[in-house]
Write a protein that binds this ligand. Structure first.
Ligand code: WQD
Length: 336
């Protein structure tokens, strides 16, 4: 068995997936340039799993350094987590997002092709659906109008992967459309800790809970939902990570092709429901106020998770309480 290359493996989703890969007996190689992560994460992956792995500090855009990884290791599949992922930031830094996410993925795919590595798992996002007739997203829906450069990069790469397979049907590709990943490993050793003021809801709640930020602003309570706040499909990052193991197994046991899956719980949760669950489960105060709407937010969207259940034998098992408890446990015990 060859090794699994995990790009961006020191990042939030990458590190949790690295843990699950090691726990399932896989040999992995991690590459990361620490643009959105820290070296301590690698030590914590080893602490959690009691397993070792090779690591290369490099930018996957650096073709020469990337080829060295393929020269020195028998890579049999690649999981790509090296994309930048802040929607708001992508609006102010479009070139960085297109360069890192799209050009980086092209360099990675071309290098894989050169070394005959044809199994690829791509981190896509529910944001590729944009506005649809139904707020319950199904994989067969057409990709929508991108609402940010971040969304555009995900749509472009999905298109690139489909075109790549049409030209060369020796590839096996899984496209995983994440809904809203939240939470942290139960050990509290790894989790989400974005630099600066968080864009996303859960990291913001965490910073208010540890009193790093004063209060949460809920962006609007006049949406067309039961309590007026937006509804999303929050899913525990460990469930999401296990979805990658299932996708890899699917590629290993299936015909060549492009396989697309929603990874979500299928249950929409409102901002107020999430905030109040976090407060209740952790018995901690999270002061908040209602502010005006944030541009681009949809009233609600959530996954139809049937296809992943039927074809990957994957379902999200962790509850909203687990997500809130693990998020708090991580941020409250953070040392670095
Ligand atoms: C969730 C809800 C906000 C912050 C995006 C991307 C998606 C994924 C996750 C990368 C919304 C509200 C938020 C705050 C708030 N990105 N909110 N106050 O926008 O659903 O999804 O991020 O993987 O691909 O599309 O996530 O966490 O930013 O917002 O009221 O301070 O929380 O309005 O309704 P979103 P989010």
């Amino acid at each position: 068995m060859g090794k699994i290359l995990v790009t961006g493996g020191a990042g939030y989703i990458g590190s949790h997936t690295a843990v699950e890969l090691l726990n399932s007996g896989r040999e992995i190689v991690i590459i990361d340039n620490f643009s959105n992560s820290k070296p301590i994460v690698l030590e914590n992956i080893k602490k959690i799993t009691n397993k070792d792995f090779k690591f290369y500090e490099l930018d996957y855009l650096d073709r020469e350094k990337l080829e060295k990884v393929f020269e020195e290791n028998k890579i049999e599949a690649v999981l790509n987590f090296a994309g930048f992922k802040a929607v708001g930031e992508s609006v102010t830094k479009p070139l960085e997002y297109y360069y890192n996410n799209v050009s980086g993925c092209l360099v990675l795919l071309d290098t894989m092709k050169k070394y005959g590595v044809k199994k690829f798992v791509f981190s896509s996002s529910a944001t590729i659906y944009g506005i649809q007739k139904s707020t319950k997203y199904v994989e067969k829906m057409k990709r929508g109008i991108p609402t940010s450069p971040y969304a555009s990069t995900k749509i472009m790469i999905e298109q690139i992967l489909e075109d790549l397979y049409k030209a060369d049907n020796s590839w096996k590709i899984a496209i995983l459309r994440y809904f809203n990943p939240v939470g942290a490993h139960e050990s509290g050793l790894i989790g989400e800790n974005p630099k600066g003021i968080p864009n996303n809801l859960m990291p913001f709640i965490q910073k208010v809970a540890i009193k790093e930020l004063k209060e949460l602003t809920i962006f609007g309570d006049d949406y067309n939902t039961p309590d007026g706040t937006c509804r999303r499909d929050y899913l525990h990052v460990v469930d999401l990570s296990i979805g990658h193991i299932k996708a890899l197994e699917k590629l290993e046991s299936s015909e060549n092709g492009v396989y697309i899956y929603n990874l979500g719980t299928g249950t929409p949760i409102s901002v107020l429901e999430l905030v109040n669950t976090f407060i209740k489960v952790n018995n901690i105060d999270v002061p908040y106020k209602i502010g005006k709407r944030r541009d681009g937010d949809l009233d609600e969207f959530y996954a139809e998770p049937k296809k992943a259940k039927e074809e990957l034998n994957w379902v999200a098992t962790k509850t909203l309480e687990d997500m809130c408890r693990d998020s708090w446990n991580y941020i409250a015990s953070k040392k670095d």
